[in-house]
Design a protein around this ligand. Structure first.
Ligand SMILES: [Zn+2]
Ligand SMILES: [Zn+2]
Length: 325
């Protein structure tokens, strides 16, 4: 009996081994399960933080551009290095955003702005950055290159160049949508010895940078009685141009630059002297460049005694589909 009992307990011990092994495996599985569960949560948190930063960078950039441009138009003082200034300002904004992640979610975030530069699309600027996000054992690294709009209607950005150029010539006033030059443009053009500078007394141009939807541009003049040109001027659109300065160079007070940029019309007053048939060309980068050239009058609308005119050279007439001389 004793011997049988010994045999039985030996057998139950043998049977117990896989059971113990099974329990050990199960305990370990539960352990691994909870660990991978927390890894999932951590990687979700880092992923969402990185995604959030990617989503927010354009909005933060647009707000920063708006703020910087505002200081330029208020002071009339150009930036020395707009790319560097915007990069530094943006870095400051990203640092304070990163701080919020560590304070609220215990997530380490570092967003480094590598560069701010012109983009192939002149109505955008290119921002390159790296995003590093870390929580626990999970780290997420990302390199971003984002082309960010300067014409978002939520954050409209004024054209800085008229404010910089006219500062010393009597200054300009801006309404909610237009820049009114008063006598400043006449004074400015006279320093360049331009004939018939007075055609620009009380001239105006668009305040905010807006992209002209009438593309191809040749349609401006091909329309019946220049209706497209008239609508374009009244709304104050800007056009892509390889001669006109890009936005970042405009912040530095340059009317032309090597980058692909844009241009807009500077429109003489509708009561300007009708005897003037030739005056400085009504394109902003021509007027604000060191050397301007003249253009001949083109009347795009007449209302009573008011004549709505531009002065354009043949090059720009061709671009906008207007009759050449
Ligand atoms: Zn247009
Ligand atoms: Zn440029």
């Amino acid at each position: 009996m004793d011997q049988k009992g010994y045999v039985m307990s030996g057998l139950s011990f043998l049977l117990a081994i896989p059971a113990i092994f099974l329990v050990a495996v199960l305990v370990d599985m539960v352990h691994i399960g909870s660990e991978s569960q927390s890894r999932v949560l951590q990687s979700d948190a880092t992923f969402y933080a990185a995604e959030d930063i990617e989503f927010n960078t354009p909005i933060i950039t647009e707000k920063t551009l708006q703020k910087i441009t505002q200081t330029v138009i208020q002071s009339g003082k150009p930036l020395e290095d707009s790319r560097l200034d915007i990069k530094n300002a943006l870095q400051g904004e990203m640092d304070s955003l990163s701080k919020k992640y560590s304070e609220n979610g215990g997530i380490n975030v570092k967003c480094t702005i590598l560069s701010v530069d012109s983009s192939p699309d002149p109505f955008k600027i290119r921002v390159k950055s790296t995003v590093y996000v870390n929580k626990g054992s999970i780290t997420h690294n990302e390199s971003l290159s984002q082309d960010i709009s300067i014409i978002d209607t939520n954050y409209p950005i004024p054209d800085p160049i008229p404010f910089i150029k006219c500062k010393s010539y009597g200054g300009i006033t801006n309404t909610s949508t237009k820049i009114c030059y008063g006598s400043s443009l006449v004074n400015f053009l006279k320093t360049k010895n331009m004939t018939n500078a007075e055609a620009y007394e009380n001239s105006s141009s668009s305040l905010f940078i807006k992209k002209c939807p009438y593309d191809p541009y040749i349609g401006h003049g091909n329309s019946k009685s220049f209706i497209v040109l008239k609508n374009c001027i009244e709304t104050g659109y800007f056009h892509e141009s390889s001669d006109g300065a890009c936005f970042l160079c405009r912040l530095e007070g340059k009317a032309t630059c090597p980058h692909y940029g844009f241009e807009t019309f500077i429109v003489p007053s509708n009561s300007s002297n009708l005897n003037i048939k030739s005056a400085p060309c009504s394109i902003d980068h021509v007027i604000f460049n060191e050397t301007s050239y003249p253009g001949k009058e083109i009347t795009y609308y007449v209302y009573g005694v008011n004549h709505y005119r531009l002065f354009l050279d043949n090059g720009h007439r061709q671009k906008y589909g207007l009759p050449m001389y």
